[in-house]
Design a binder for this molecule. Structure first.
Ligand code: ADP
Ligand code: MG
Length: 947
């Protein structure tokens, strides 16, 4: 979804994809940043990646609790956060009207369980399953919850009952250091690792006050007493007595300073859990007095000395194994401390007694060196396991209320998480089997919670199909054949069996089972179980022996003969036990194997859990170095897988992992209404109420519902609309996003198209306007020019008219003078008769028009040469064919005003000359002095300096 298809997109494409993802993230996740989300199921979409990112953001922001649906995820801060567990905060959660609205916290879970008990709604009893890997904080969480109940479940009114409750609470809290001292050890993963499972039942009376408690333990890792993995330690209590004993006690327990014990590795490491005084104090409060304590520690010191009892190889089967150098001393001390006769102890460790035959004859057989070691270890494990169980029973008797004094309970299950090591054996098989069972219980509960949410939203549950882990459980515990039944059968047959044989049996009997496999590359016989949290390879070697957990009857008999008061209590001489340990051939009691015992107690536990309302707290260890503020994604991821959170996510994905409120949905997908008109076929899922109601009841405004319905009609994919949310799968979201992108693209195209059209129109309009302006300017300029021309022409015309009038006047004056003189001088003869009338008119016309003609004839452009002459002739109305009667002289090649000389004395004679201005330059002729009359005027006008 929303990923680049080829993964080779350009930088900008990648950037675009990133921004789209962020955009979608914002839409799905709402406005809240990851570190402020109070529920992992609110990360949208619910994927491992988003869940991891959210957890990391929260851890870095010092937020250690968050919800994951019906589970509380608790991250180990690995640093003291006192304000997180203060009594004030406990009171705040207790007093809150709705604790769920406060920040996620274990106190929310505590308060919720407490209120559920108060409400008396079935099932009234509550249980809190605290799981997680070693060092994740399970014991811490359980402890905090106990403190919380001690505060809130105390009676505020009655002083007497308050005192009782306080005493009980104190005892319950005191049981922790004692159980941790005897049941916890420093491992590679956790300095204070609980090596047993525990279910604490906090008992409440009718007024919801704590009146007592009961502890049930599971599968103590007793092998640790005699065998510690490299870099790991024995149970804390051994180090406490070794380091914390007083001088006098050291003498009594034979623990001199600096003594070395093979079962006490790494005594130099000092842990805060090594505080002996705290354990003693707590034991005292639980009613274990000082002599009993002394007795216990003395027995434990005896076990330490027993560990130093080393055997050598006898080299002869008929001879018991000799002891190594200092071992004799160790055996003596051990026997002393355990109240046993030394020689009897030594004999029991080295010689096996076999009863056989009809007469139950006793045969004595010296053991091999390995058998001696096994018997020694077995003795230590037996004593320690019985001591632990006795302690639990003492604690129970101290804190347990009378059966009629309590009515309800809150159970706290501090259970070891799923385990997978390079070498896994029966312990891991049991632990993982228990985790499979609890996971099934959790899944059933989670699915129920989901179902409830869907029901509230009006959806049908049938959409979700989920394959649970039943096939895996069938493989481990099913009938008639399963891994457990095969291992138990091997024990019952009591025959020597090899690891390879067991592997072949498992493979052949369980062939075809989907959850079974084998590591063919491993040289050791093995089988693989595909657990919900991942595959685990189990070695078959030693499996049957561990399951049998054989306790040689001689060892029990020996311990029953102990003079030590504590061992007398731990190993009472019980005739029934005796008959069980030494079964006769015919009526053998069923062999109680480790697996069968574990299975029985697990079923009992699950029965208790089934009768309660479960709550889940998943503890997560952010890093294996126990460092604050360090978050290792890979480690957290494997824990999320192991504690079933990933499974939860998958279940979530099987349903509708994406839930969006109506408002958010409408805001984002409103534009999908454009996609297509409402189809006749309703493609989306049924409306709430199974489609019975026309419109789901909703508190939102009607318009929102209307819009929602419109969108749902137009959608290309089916999706399910609840009362307040829209539910969809990842693929549906993908489809919706694609459709949205399509619509957005369409919109973008529309916008582009509109913009381009707008731009073209604007450009065209501008062009038209420019043309208009240009035309206007040009016309204005033209008009202006014409006006100027016109004004100039008017001026010229006026000047011309003035000039013409003046000329006409001058000419007429001049002509008049000449005429008068001529007529007065000339004799009157017939040949010189007066001009006829026509000639007179011609003369008038010539007198009027000749300047125009001359001007035209002498214009710089237009007619040339002969044409010009013709024009002059025409304007003067001279006969073209009488060249002698008139001679025209023009300066045709030159522009300018010509002077005109007219001497109409009997004959018409015009003398055209160039302007007098240029006269002197161009042609020689009469000097300006000889010019008279009209010529004189012209000359005057063109003379330089004339104004
Ligand atoms: P588990 O029982 O799961 O093996 P623990 O409860 O013993 O783990 O926790 C391991 C260590 O982590 C504790 O000893 C403590 O130092 C630290 N721790 C766990 N939870 C918290 C917490 N809420 N605040 C501070 N430290 C914690
Ligand atoms: Mg623990």
């Amino acid at each position: 979804m929303l990923q680049q298809v080829n993964g080779h997109g350009s930088g900008s494409a990648a950037h675009g994809g990133e921004s789209l993802r962020e955009d979608l993230q914002e839409f799905l996740g709402g406005e809240a940043p990851l570190q402020q989300l109070d529920d992992l199921t609110k990360v949208n979409p619910v994927t491992l990646e988003t869940v991891l990112r959210c957890l990391q953001a929260q851890y870095m922001a010092d937020t250690f609790y968050t919800n994951a649906g019906c589970t509380l995820v608790a991250m180990n801060p690995f640093k003291p956060v006192p304000q997180l567990y203060s009594p004030e905060l406990m009171q705040e959660y207790h007093a809150a009207s709705q604790p769920q609205t406060l920040k996620p916290h274990i106190f929310t879970v505590g308060e919720q369980t407490y209120r559920n008990v108060k409400s008396l709604m079935e099932p009234v009893n509550q249980s809190i399953v605290v799981s997680g890997e070693s060092g994740a904080g399970k014991t811490w969480t359980s402890r905090c919850l106990m403190k919380f109940y001690a505060v809130v479940a105390a009676s505020p009114t009655s002083w007497e009952s308050h005192k009782v409750a306080q005493r009980i609470e104190q005892r319950i809290l005191n049981s922790n250091p004692v159980m941790e001292a005897f049941g916890n050890a420093c491992t590679l993963r956790n300095n204070n690792s609980s090596r047993f499972g525990k279910f604490i039942q906090l008992q409440l009376n009718g007024a919801q006050q704590m009146t007592g408690a009961a502890v049930q333990t599971y599968l103590l890792e007793k092998t640790r007493v005699a065998c510690q993995a490299p870099s790991e330690r024995n149970f804390h209590i051994f180090y406490q007595i070794y380091k914390g004993a007083h001088a006098e006690e050291r003498v009594r327990w034979c623990l001199p300073e600096g003594a070395t014990f093979s079962w006490l590795p790494h005594p130099e490491r000092t842990l805060e859990e090594d505080c002996f005084e705290v354990t003693r104090e707590a034991m005292l409060h639980l009613g274990i007095d000082a002599p009993t304590q002394n007795n216990i520690f003395q027995a434990l010191a005896g076990l330490l000395h027993l560990g130093n009892t080393q055997f050598a190889d006898s080299g002869n089967e008929a001879q018991p194994c000799p002891l190594v150098d200092d071992a004799q001393c160790s055996v003596g001390t051990s026997a002393l401390l355990l109240g046993l006769p030394e020689d009897h102890l030594l004999e029991t460790l080295r010689i096996r007694t076999i009863r056989a035959g009809r007469g139950r004859q006793v045969f004595r057989k010296p053991c091999s060196q390995a058998e001696c070691d096994t018997r020694r270890d077995c003795l230590a494990k037996l004593v320690y396991a019985r001591l632990f169980d006795w302690l639990v029973s003492v604690i129970n008797s101290s804190i347990c209320a009378a059966p009629d004094s309590w009515t309800t309970f809150i159970g706290l299950l501090d259970v070891y998480g799923f385990e997978s090591f390079p070498n896994n054996s029966l312990e891991q098989l049991c632990i993982n089997y228990a985790n499979e069972k609890l996971q099934q219980h959790f899944v059933a509960h989670y699915l129920r919670a989901q179902q409830e949410e869907y029901a509230v939203e009006g959806l049908e549950w049938s959409f979700v199909s989920y394959q649970d882990n039943q096939p895996c459980l069938d493989l481990i515990e099913g009938s008639p054949v399963s891994i457990c039944s095969l291992i138990n059968e091997e024990c019952r047959l009591n025959r020597p069996s090899s690891a390879a044989q067991l592997q072949t049996r498992i493979e052949s009997a369980l062939t075809g089972r989907p959850r079974l496999g084998r590591d063919r590359l491993s040289p050791e016989p093995n089988f693989i179980v595909l657990h919900y949290a991942g595959p685990v390879r189990y070695r078959t070697a030693g499996l049957v022996e561990k399951n049998k957990d054989p306790v040689p009857p001689e060892l029990t008999r020996l311990l029953q003969q102990s003079q030590d008061p504590l061992l007398k209590v731990l190993f009472p001489a019980d005739p029934e036990e005796k008959s069980q340990e030494e079964p006769s051939g015919q009526n053998r009691a069923p062999v109680l194997t480790v697996v069968s015992k574990f299975k029985a107690s697990l079923e009992q536990l699950l029965q208790v859990l089934h009768g309660t309302t479960p709550h889940y707290i998943r503890c997560i260890k952010p890093n294996s170095q126990a460092q604050a503020q360090i978050f290792h994604r890979e480690e957290v991821l494997s824990q999320l897988e192991a504690c079933g959170l990933v499974e939860t996510i998958h279940i979530s994905a099987a349903g509708f992992p994406i839930r969006v409120s109506h408002r958010n949905f409408v805001e984002r997908y409103e534009l999908l209404r454009r996609l297509r008109p409402a189809t006749t076929l309703r493609r989306h899922g049924p409306c709430p109420d199974g489609g019975r109601s026309e419109r789901p009841p909703c508190t939102e405004p009607a318009t929102l519902q209307g819009l929602l319905q419109e969108i749902l009609h137009a959608l290309p994919a089916p999706l399910h609309c609840g009362r307040t949310k829209v539910f969809m799968t990842n693929s549906t979201l993908e489809l919706l996003e694609r459709a949205r992108a399509q619509v957005l693209e369409q919109c973008a195209r529309h916008i582009q198209r509109g913009w381009r059209r707008h731009r073209c129109r604007t450009q065209a309009r501008r062009r038209r306007a420019a043309v208009l302006i240009q035309a206007a300017v040009r016309s204005w300029l033209a008009r202006k020019h014409v006006r100027r021309l016109h004004a100039a022409a008017t001026v010229i015309k006026r000047a011309w008219r003035e000039w013409r009038i003046r000329m006409a006047f001058l000419a007429s004056e001049e002509l008049d003078g000449v005429e008068e003189k001529h007529s007065s001088q000339a004799p009157c003869s017939p040949s010189s008769s007066p001009l006829p009338l026509a000639q007179t008119r011609l003369q008038g016309a010539i007198t009027r028009l000749w300047p125009l003609g001359l001007a035209l004839a002498n214009a710089a452009v237009g007619v040339h040469g002969f044409q010009r002459k013709l024009v002059v002739f025409a304007c003067l109305q001279l006969p073209v064919g009488s060249p002698r009667s008139c001679a025209i002289q023009t300066a045709q090649e030159q522009a300018g005003v010509l002077s005109i000389r007219a001497l109409p004395q009997g004959s018409i004679r015009f003398h055209c000359r160039k302007s007098p201005l240029r006269y002197a330059d161009t042609c020689p002729g009469p000097s300006p002095d000889s010019v008279t009359g009209f010529n004189q005027i012209l000359l005057e006008r063109h003379r330089p300096g004339h104004v």
